[in-house]
Design a binder for this molecule. Structure first.
Ligand code: FAD
Ligand code: NAG
Ligand code: NAG
Length: 408
């Protein structure tokens, strides 16, 4: 069994792990990223649907030290985002060990180090990493979450979480029910109608909906105006564009979108065309499911229908508790950080987390920079020898050549 001593171990090579590694490399702090999959950015590469684009404008989605190239569209498509990540990994010389599933991590009081036990899923060998710092970047979206539904186990159709949905090619003419009215639910329902599926959706509660452009304007205005003003404007824009949709089963929350987002982390839904389909009657809206018998699904308002496929767009869960033994040093029983934003990223005994603030890629950049700076300060204070090379810095300046790299 191999034992490796590294200053910083980062778990997960998604945007959060990569951003943290890049910031550490810039400060010449040795680190290694452990990734269970055979690639980085696996959520975007393998667990996202074809037509996905970044929902937020590119100004709000770049990782630290490397803006998106100027010729990228405002809303970056999935494939371009992956190319950006590839480029990020090369530019910052990020060291990733793939096919490494982190099975446990615990803090050893005797030597003050984190002991990270890893399974190399290719060779099936166990490895141990001893580190002074542990950065959890395994994602809030680690695992699809399907809520309890009475009778779902006996459903005679097929059901899946939306992270398994790629496109609706095989769903032509089928009766499909999408559960959830967040970004994924609305976009998948829209996509399904384009593939010729007879599409319905479950909207479980009040929801805000806007075009991407409205959200982009709103987020930009937040830099200059207070929350209430921007929320009012958002509400007005949505009302003007879509009108009152309550007759179709879509009710707006009483509180404004950005206020809600800040309070509870619920994101307003970005409409890519689904609302128009609902208005045209091409997507039928139902309330919460009350029970399922055979293929018949009954809803809380007493209506029912026969369905072939159910797609749950009902969110994700963190899986931190499955492997992190001493999670209490930072996380609660739900696998989310105990301290509130903006102090969520740091725990005790050298544990940190990146990407757990429900603030998307912008939140990830925020975390990565703070974590790297904090570790750098701690390293200096403890006089642990850091990286001697200056590679990282010279490489970082190369990042400005992104455009060239993309063209080649
Ligand atoms: C469909 C969808 C669309 C989104 N669109 C946007 C958007 O437009 N703008 C925005 O700002 N945000 C968006 N987000 C939110 C967020 O920015 C992304 O989810 C982002 O990928 C999160 O990055 P992450 O690195 O925290 O997590 P992930 O991308 O989930 O990466 C975590 C990595 O950790 C690995 N891992 C997990 N457990 C282990 C383990 N035990 N051992 C080893 N490796 C492990 C995983 O394989 C994965 O590669 C979107 C999210 C989803 C689901
Ligand atoms: C489409 O689905 C709805 C259920 O939402 C159902 O009532 C209707 O009969 C279906 N249409 C066809 C052509 O199957
Ligand atoms: C990249 O990082 C590795 C260590 O992870 C190091 O051995 C190598 O020299 C670095 N390469 C460059 C070009 O900096």
């Amino acid at each position: 069994m191999g034992v490796d001593d590294v200053l910083v171990v980062i778990v997960g090579a998604g945007p959060a792990g990569l951003a943290t590694a890049a910031c550490l490399n810039k400060l010449s702090i040795p680190n290694v990223v452990l990734e269970r999959d055979d690639c980085h950015g696996s959520l975007w590469r393998k667990r996202a649907y074809d037509r996905l684009k970044l929902h937020l404008g590119k100004d709000f989605c770049n990782l630290p030290h490397m803006p998106f190239p100027s010729d990228f569209p405002t809303f970056v498509p999935r494939v371009s985002f992956l190319r950006y990540l590839d480029c990020y990994v090369t530019s910052f010389n990020i060291s990733i060990r793939y096919n490494r599933n982190v099975e446990s991590a615990s803090f050893d009081e005797s030597d003050g180090k984190w002991r990270v036990v890893v399974k190399d899923t290719e060779s099936n060998a166990d490895e141990v990493y001893l580190s002074d710092y542990l950065v959890v970047a395994s994602g809030e979206n680690s695992e699809g979450y399907i809520p309890y539904v009475h009778g779902l186990k006996g459903f005679q159709g097929e059901y899946m979480h939306c992270n398994q949905y790629i496109n609706g090619r095989d769903m032509y003419g089928k009766n499909v029910l999408v559960v959830g009215s967040g970004n994924s639910g609305m976009e998948i329902a829209y996509d399904l109608t384009n593939w010729g599926a007879n599409t319905s959706m479950v909207v479980r509660g009040p929801v805000h909906y806007f075009t991407k452009e409205m959200v982009y304007v709103g987020m930009s205005l937040l830099k200059y105006f207070d929350l209430q003003k921007v929320d009012k404007l958002m509400w007005l824009m949505s009302k003007l564009k879509y009108g009152d949709m309550s007759g179709y089963g879509l009710v707006r929350p009483k509180e404004g979108p950005f206020t809600l987002k800040i309070k509870g982390g619920t994101t307003p839904t970005i409409d890519v065309g689904c609302i128009r389909k609902i208005k045209k009657g091409l997507v039928k809206v139902y309330p919460t499911i009350s029970s399922i018998v055979g293929k018949t699904i009954e809803f809380e308002d007493g209506r029912n229908g026969e369905f072939d496929i159910i797609i749950f767009a009902t969110g994700y869960r963190s899986t931190v508790l499955k492997w992190l033994k001493d999670y209490r040093l930072l996380f609660n029983e739900h696998g989310m950080p105990k301290p509130d934003y903006p102090n969520h990223w740091k725990g005790e005994k050298g544990i940190y987390c990146a990407g757990f603030s429900r603030r998307g890629l912008e939140g990830i950049s925020f975390d990565a920079k703070r974590i790297a700076d904090d570790i750098s300060l701690a390293v200096k204070a403890r006089k642990i020898p850091g990286g001697k090379s200056s590679h990282a810095c010279t490489l970082a300046s190369n990042s400005w050549r992104m455009n060239e790299l993309f063209c080649s």
